[in-house]
Structures are given as C-alpha cells and as structure tokens.
Design a binder for this molecule. Structure first.
Ligand code: HEC
Length: 133
C-alpha cells in the first residue's frame, strides 16, 4: 500500500492500478471517477498559476504550460489522458519519462488548483505539428 493512500483525505484518488496487478477472476476492482472538487473559477485558476510557477512546473513545461523539455499541457493532446483524474495522477504520482511525483510535497488541494489552472488555458493558435504521442 502506498503511504499516500493512508492519508484520510477525500480528495485523494480512490485507487491506483499497475500493469503488474493481477485481478482475481480477471475482473478489475471498480475504480471511482476522480473529479476536481474545486469549482471552475478564475480564482482557482489564478491560484494554480502561482503554484505552477512556485513548484517550477514552468521550468520544464514552459511559461503558460506551452511546452519546453516537458510536453505542452495546453495543446489538447495527452499521453496519459486529459480527464481531471488523469491529470491529477500525472502530478501526484509522476510519469515514467521524466515527470517527477509531487504527491509527497504538494497537498491535494494545491494539485487541484494546478489542474484548474491547466484546464483554464485556451489551446494556442499554433501548436507543434508533431504530436507528443
Ligand atoms: C523535471 C521536469 C519536469 C517538472 C519540474 C515537471 N514536469 Fe510535468 N512532465 C515532465 C515530462 C518530461 C513529462 C512527460 C512524461 C512522460 O511522458 O512519461 C511530464 C508530464 C506531465 C503531465 C502529463 C502530460 C500528458 O500528456 O499526459 C502533466 C499533467 C504534468 N507533467 C504536469 C506537471 C505539473 C503540474 C508540474 C509542477 C507541479 C510538473 N509537471 C513539473 C517534466 C516535468
């Protein structure tokens, strides 16, 4: 059991699956759908923008999350899924090709504000022709 899962905080993801997990009878346990508990408003997006800079997300993903050594987070293309829950998990648990796990140093609330910020950004007029996928 991951230590993070022992925290009693309802904003945490309900379950995590790894490819190595074996489901009895071949049936996956039901997983809850994770939704951003924060309302979609400009205050949360603006707080998230500050977190994005303070945690140096922009150091890899670029100013405005437009992409740099890390992929653009605003071009509407996602390697790991663009749902609230998928974006939360990318930040909380990290992703294997260079995305650090922030779950140990950011509160779920701060992560959700960052998700609000990312989602509030419009898709830029020009995006790289090569898909990140
Ligand atoms: C050290 C550089 C680095 C930092 C710092 C960093 N990222 Fe990333 N991030 C990456 C890379 C590289 C990937 C692509 C990982 C992969 O493909 O496995 C990524 C992937 C992601 C994804 C998944 C994108 C997709 O297409 O599914 C999200 C969401 C994300 N980062 C958000 C953040 C946020 C929010 C922060 C700050 C809390 C942050 N990142 C900080 C390098 C970074």
């Amino acid at each position: 059991m991951l230590a993070a899962c022992n925290r009693s905080d309802s904003t945490l993801p309900p379950s995590v699956r790894y490819p190595e997990h074996i489901a009895a009878g071949g049936n996956q346990p039901p997983a809850g759908e994770i939704k951003n508990p924060l309302p979609t408003d400009s205050a949360n997006a603006s707080d998230g923008s500050k977190v994005f800079s303070a945690m140096n997300c922009d150091g890899c993903h670029g100013g405005g999350a437009l992409g740099w050594v890390g992929p653009s987070l605003v071009d509407g293309r996602w390697r790991y899924g663009g749902t609230d829950g998928a974006v939360f998990q990318s930040i909380f648990y990290g992703r294997p090709r260079g995305m650090p796990a922030y779950g140990g140093i950011m509160s779920p609330g701060a992560i959700w504000k960052t998700v609000s910020y990312i989602r509030a950004q419009p898709v830029p007029v020009t995006v790289p022709t090569e898909s990140f996928k």
